[in-house]
Design a protein around this ligand. Structure first.
Ligand code: NAD
Length: 494
């Protein structure tokens, strides 16, 4: 089929960048196929933009910056009140789009967009939260601190939350007066253009948000562009390290969130229904493609009743109805290889999601919930991020051994403990080496105004990416000292 004929058969027109308030063709860019993972069909193509498109977007952002940053924050957030309303009005359409390009089931996609609404609500509260400080520091002398935007910033996002992760950064960074270049995942690029359209409809001036599509070369151009002052990144640890090193070596501030391997420590006194339900939901939700997903269950002493119930729940889940596909054929193959290898090394597959089939969707990238028992800590599946609906169980005799296993992970995004004992819960949460910790919670995502961010190799840079913790990253403070009258003596502080 000719290129023109293929383009005509796509569900969505080939994507363009969004720069200075207009769709812009990425000159000279190769096009990459974008799939609906539920059916394995190409639905559009996305340009892999070169540094020229990044330059153009930075120029547009820099042109918009003086006007936008000088707009009082109370006026800036009016746009986000309207944007919030548009997200709500278009909830069904935005959720369907998330399902289409990412594959997650309808309820998960809806939850993702609802989370974007919550993130936007936080941005609307920023005038209240960021009001400055002022103090008379000696007679007639006042110090005041005010927050200023950093300038033109970039946000680079992963495939697993096409709507929510861009909204981790856009509302806060923009409400605080910055202009942005967003580089969404090339695997799920459609939601980003829709977000830009909705913000335009909400009244965002042209150039304040620009979307440049692409992959590695586009990200490298962002890290190297002298017009960009700050880079935020969410994705795998390997790439987070590359981006952090490259952006900071170009003297930008950077906050790079990486991958995860979250441990759930399950004590024998845990409530059977609460623990089993939460653990299975955590490992299988979004097909395990969440940086907060349960990955390792560290089963302390006798937890067989809980494991038995988990197996019952997971076995009843129907791929295509209760669990969506993973993002690509390559991801499905990678996850399957991890399971095969663990099994060949002596682990016992209790629930097997390999070869999952969904009638009528035989080309979809499905893999069912998978629970593997008797995994040893040194196995690859116990150490590396699998990023699929796979839970491994490591059995330990006591809680200190369980903590040693959790602490040994290179990652540190989330950890949870399941127990009925407040004292044991405190013992574990104090010692877990993770930035987000739960007690009887499978997915301990802090909700606004609390901020999101891990430890160890799950995050590079200081501060967090959402909530109060993001304010420091998206702003710089100005400290002004003023003498108001003659009472202000000339002294050692003058
Ligand atoms: P990824 O690292 O492959 O891609 C993320 C972004 O980096 C994309 O925009 C991609 O285009 C770009 N990229 C990919 N390779 C690059 C390279 N070599 N150089 C420069 N840029 C490159 O991640 P993904 O597969 O899209 O997303 C899944 C990963 O994201 C998982 O590891 C998951 O744990 C992580 N994640 C982390 C968090 C968190 O909060 N810590 C949240 C969501 C996802």
């Amino acid at each position: 089929m000719s290129t023109v004929a293929v383009a005509a058969s796509l569900k969505y027109p080939e994507l363009e960048n969004y720069i200075g308030g207009r769709q812009r063709t990425a000159a000279g860019a190769q096009l990459l196929d974008v799939y609906d993972p539920r059916i394995g069909h190409v639905i559009t193509r996305v340009p892999l933009s070169t540094s020229d498109a990044v330059d153009e977007a930075v120029r547009a952002a820099r042109a918009a910056l003086p006007g936008w940053s000088a707009t009082p924050i109370k006026e800036r957030v009016q746009i986000f009140y309207r944007y919030r309303q548009l997200l709500e009005q278009n909830l069904a359409e935005l959720s369907a789009l998330v399902s289409e390009e990412n594959g997650k089931v309808e309820s998960e996609a809806t939850a993702e967009v609802l989370k974007s609404i919550e993130l936007t609500e936080f941005a609307c509260s920023l005038p209240q939260i960021t009001a400055g400080e002022v103090l008379e520091v000696s007679k007639g002398v006042e110090c005041r601190i005010e927050r200023y935007p950093v300038g033109v910033v970039a946000s680079i996002t992963p495939f697993n939350f096409p709507n929510m992760v861009p909204n981790w950064t856009i509302p806060n960074a923009l409400a605080l007066g910055n202009c942005m270049v967003l580089k969404p995942s090339e695997q799920v690029p459609i939601s980003a253009n829709r977000i830009a359209e909705l913000l335009r409809e909400a009244g965002l001036p042209d150039g304040v948000l620009n979307v440049v599509h692409g992959g590695r070369a586009t990200v490298e151009a962002i890290c190297d562009n002298p017009g960009i002052a700050a880079v935020s990144f969410v994705g795998s640890t390997a790439v987070a390290k590359i981006v952090y090193r490259r952006a900071t070596s170009n003297l930008k501030r950077a906050l790079c969130l990486g991958g995860a391997k979250n441990h759930l420590i399950v004590l024998p006194d845990a409530d059977v229904d609460l623990a089993s339900g939460n653990i299975v939901a955590s490992m299988s939700g979004c097909a395990g493609q969440r940086c907060m997903a349960a990955s390792v269950m560290v089963a302390v002493s006798d937890t067989d009743r809980i494991i038995k119930r988990m197996v019952e729940i997971a076995s009843q889940m129907v791929p295509g109805r209760d669990i969506g596909p993973v993002i690509s054929r390559e991801a499905k193959e990678r996850i399957t290889r991890y399971i095969d290898e663990a099994e060949s090394q002596g682990a016992k597959v209790l629930v097997d999601g390999r070869n999952a089939q969904v009638p009528g969707r035989e080309n979809g990238f499905y893999i069912g919930p998978t629970i593997i028992d008797y995994v040893r800590p040194e196995m690859r599946i116990a150490q590396e991020e699998v990023f699929g609906p796979v839970l491994v169980i490591i059995r330990t005799p006591n809680v200190d051994e369980a903590l040693r296993i959790e602490n040994a992970s290179q990652y540190g995004n989330a950890a949870s403990v399941f127990t009925e004992s407040g004292g044991m819960a405190r013992y574990v949460t104090e010692r877990a080496s993770a930035g987000m910790v739960g007690v009887n919670v499978g997915v301990p995502v802090p909700r606004e105004p609390f901020s999101f961010g891990g430890w160890n190799e799950s995050k590079f840079g200081t501060g967090d990416i959402t909530g109060r913790g993001s304010i420091e990253f998206w702003t710089q403070s100005k400290k002004t000292t003023t003498k108001w009258n003659k009472e202000a003596a000339v002294n050692w502080m003058s």
